[in-house]
Design a binder for this molecule. Structure first.
Ligand code: COA
Length: 254
């Protein structure tokens, strides 16, 4: 079975995380497939809107930890960076449906989506500091803007998770629905977008985003360098090692 399902119908490209047994954690191969699908969609007149969705029990637990420890992202042409470039510069509207855990990049990728619909079981978290690393995907720029600095500090410094209701209040999420309805709602909304005049739609998205397009790319690159340095440090090795060994990390000495 494929870990990422890719389907286009009614001019909507749907990318579905399909690795539920591993909580939809994202491998290098999945990043490569995501990046390729998003880049192709840019020039495909048959695609006018994009949906990113998971399962009603889990959106994504973020990077596949064992995969990214064995294949660290060291250069800008690595799949994770190609995915970040593609999602953060995508000219076409992106709708996300999020249920259950959305950890790390499972949350930060949503900052690049235009409409986010959450199941009432959604649990967002960006525990980068707790893992000995730093925010990624432009979240150090976008989260304070979207959530306000105080909420972003709770999420990014303390690493505290937040609920669908909190995400709605912050404006990260547009609507909360029962988990069984989230993917269907995202599909309906994407079809509405796909039926709109596409040049006008893309112009509206571009105008809303263009104020800091260069700054965002610069920040994603800067975060990537720092993340790459930190992930090699003892604190991150302990945190990720503990997860793989199914024990509590001891970060008190770092
Ligand atoms: N990378 C690799 N494997 C992961 C994973 C990840 N990010 N998240 C979950 N898995 C695997 C687990 O190792 C486990 O595998 P196993 O069945 O072979 O033992 C399986 O998915 C189920 O995960 P489990 O932790 O038992 O599920 P849970 O319901 O108790 O908890 C989460 C769900 C998402 C809260 C928890 O899995 C988690 O915290 N994951 C790590 C999140 C993270 O730190 N991401 C990295 C951010 S940079």
């Amino acid at each position: 079975m494929q870990d990422l399902l890719i389907d286009t119908s009614d001019r909507v490209l749907t990318l579905t995380f399909n690795r539920v047994d591993k909580k939809n954690s994202i491998t290098t191969a999945m990043y490569a497939a995501l990046a390729e699908a998003l880049v192709s969609a840019q020039s495909d007149d048959g695609v006018r809107a994009i949906v990113i969705q998971g399962h009603e029990t889990v959106f994504s637990s973020g990077n596949d930890i064992s995969d990214f420890l064995t294949r660290p992202a060291t250069s800008p042409d690595m799949p994770v960076f190609r995915f970040l470039k593609a999602i953060s510069t995508c000219a076409k509207p992106i709708v996300a449906a999020v249920c259950g855990p959305a950890v790390g990049i499972g949350t930060t990728m949503l900052l690049h989506c235009d409409l986010v619909y959450a199941g009432d079981n959604a649990a967002f978290s960006m525990p980068f500091v707790n893992l000995g690393v730093c925010p990624e995907a432009g979240s150090s720029l976008l989260a304070p803007q979207r959530m306000g600095y105080g909420r972003a500090a709770e999420a990014l410094l303390l690493g505290e998770p937040f609920t669908a209701e909190a995400a709605l209040e912050m404006g990260l999420v547009a609507r909360i629905v029962p988990p069984s309805e989230a993917n269907a709602l995202a599909q309906r909304q994407a079809r509405k977008l796909a039926a709109k005049p596409t040049q006008a739609l893309m112009a509206a998205k571009r105008l809303m985003k263009q104020g800091q397009a260069d700054l965002l790319q610069q920040r994603i690159a800067e975060e990537g360098v720092l993340f790459g340095e930190l992930v090699r440090q003892p604190a991150a090795r302990e945190a990720f090692g503990a997860f793989l060994e199914k024990r509590q990390p001891d970060l008190t000495k770092f």
